[in-house]
Design a protein around this ligand. Structure first.
Ligand code: OGA
Ligand code: MN
Length: 222
């Protein structure tokens, strides 16, 4: 009789090492910052899609979503273009975020139900003042994910994402929006802001959501 290892012929999927780095960091501090971490094929697919869409695809960003969306240029000046989960051009991104969602659900029991994301375009001088992506009990956004699409970004070009630690007195974190850098954090816990940059700044911002449907009011919308 020979003993066959249980994993025989079933190597862990290629994404798992990265997904585990994200899960481990979320587990210990609620936040993962991983420079140049997004798989290159996905970064490239997003860059290609961005080039195909062009700047005309971008609309003014609102604060909040749905009926009471307001545009306040003192809080936020940038433009966005939503990514449709059924769009073939961003299939690699949609599938990767779906696999990440499944991994985090299995590993951390987060019950993440869906994902939404958009490209962000900040012209030189644009900003997004300090904010949180979700208020406790008022939103079903649980986890925020940001990645950047700027090749050759230099530190002196600014545009950092500043992340504020929830404990008073703990220094904030500054993340340069370099190509493929991944930032994942608990939406209700970490206030953050985008500083103005000297060059156009491209990225993707997304949110994993839990299912908050009540009384036939379907949320997230389909
Ligand atoms: C957001 C956001 C950060 C960034 O869109 O809510 O905080 O670096 N984006 O673009
Ligand atoms: Mn935000």
């Amino acid at each position: 009789m020979s003993l066959t290892p249980l994993t025989h012929g079933r190597l862990p999927p290629a994404d798992d090492a990265l997904f585990e780095r994200i899960a481990g960091a979320l587990e210990t501090r609620g936040l993962a910052v991983l420079p140049a971490a997004l798989p290159e094929a996905i970064t490239q697919a997003l860059l290609d899609d961005l080039a195909a869409r062009g700047e005309d695809a971008f609309e003014d960003a609102g604060i909040g979503r749905g009926r009471d969306t307001t545009t306040n240029p003192f809080v936020r000046r940038n433009r966005i273009a939503w990514i449709d989960e059924h769009d073939d051009a961003t299939r690699a991104w949609t599938e990767w975020t779906t696999r990440l969602r499944g991994y985090l659900n299995r590993r951390l029991f987060l019950g993440l139900f869906s994902f939404e994301s958009h490209y962000s375009l900040y012209e030189p001088g644009d900003f997004y003042k300090r904010h949180v992506d979700a208020f406790r009990g008022q939103s079903n956004r649980v986890l925020s994910l940001v990645t950047y699409l700027n090749a050759g970004w230099r530190p002196d070009q600014g545009g950092e994402l500043v992340i504020y630690e929830p404990e008073p007195g703990t220094p904030s974190l500054r993340v340069s929006p370099t190509l493929g850098t991944l930032v994942v954090f608990l939406s209700e816990v970490f206030a953050h802001e985008v500083l103005p940059a000297a060059r156009t700044r491209y990225g993707v911002a997304g949110w994993f959501r839990v299912n908050a449907s009540i009384n036939g009011n379907i949320d997230p919308p389909r």
